[in-house]
Design a protein around this ligand. Sequence first.
Ligand code: ADE
Ligand code: ZN
Length: 336
Amino acid sequence: MIDNLPKAELHVHLEGTLEPEMMLKLARRNKVSLPYETVEDVRRAYEFDCLQDFLDLYYLGMSVLVTEQDFFDLTWAYLTRVHSDRLTHVELFFDPQPHMDRNVAFETVVEGITRALEAGAKEFGISSKLIMCIVRHLPEEHAFTALECAKKHKEHIYGIGLDSTERGIPPATFARVFKAAREEGFVPVAHVGEEGTSENVKEALDLLKIERVDHGNHALDDPSLVSRLAHQKTPLTMCPLSNWRLKVIPDLTQSPVKKALDEGLLVTINSDDPSYFGGYINDNYRAVQKNLNLSEKDVIQLAKNSFAGSFLSDPEKQAQLDKIDRQVGTLQKTMG
Ligand code: ADE
Ligand code: ZN
């Protein structure tokens, strides 16, 4: 069922899809030095106690990305991989600021990604939207520089997101950047309530005016916020394997996905940084299905939510939901 259902991914960081093999290959190609010799060295380093532990290796890993071709290759490898998971739509994050800090031009990044997304639409029929994330650990003026660049690429960048370190950096820090981005037509989303509290989720809704909550685990700590999210049908993009590997939850049976479904929230399943957390989209579906004992109905609901919570137009959403219904019909017939 999971393998065959058409589905969308709404929370995946392009730089988090960098597999160790490609990391080492690009390091050689671009003469970037890394503290790893072999693929095993890289994988051994992926033991994280918290978000910051992971972010340190994630920013180090992405330092091998230099040319337009590198960004193309990385995006293309992701699309090829998830095509076999029956992914039909992706809303992809990228982090331009760390690249710009290494003197990689914004254009190089966006052009490489966009060329691959266009090829993915042609070759695999995967539709996409690109979301530029502001990294919280860099100052406001740095974020404004990235926004200035994004304004020149509006035809390719749909939304503005907020990621990186959450503890100690409240959403309000970027209220002015988000206001300017919204005025330019970028649709706002933010990583909140991953390690931070439900207050961060509320602040992002109220001050950044986000239309989707990335993670949002701790939103479930506040019943009035849960009612608000359910009432507004605000999507939550949850990432089970990421939560487990970053110790946001002690084990997968503690994933808030089932509780969110039962509360009537528009919750979706996503991979976040699949190379670092040991699983792509279907691995995440399988992990929650098994550990939370999800029914077939729950799994179908999650696949439907992935489109309902996307930024596709209503007719595009309907076409994808119809595809799911047809697929479920076929599966039920073949299973008697
Ligand atoms: N950047 C990449 N993955 C992230 C995550 N899970 N949380 C915050 N920032 C990120
Ligand atoms: Zn994320």
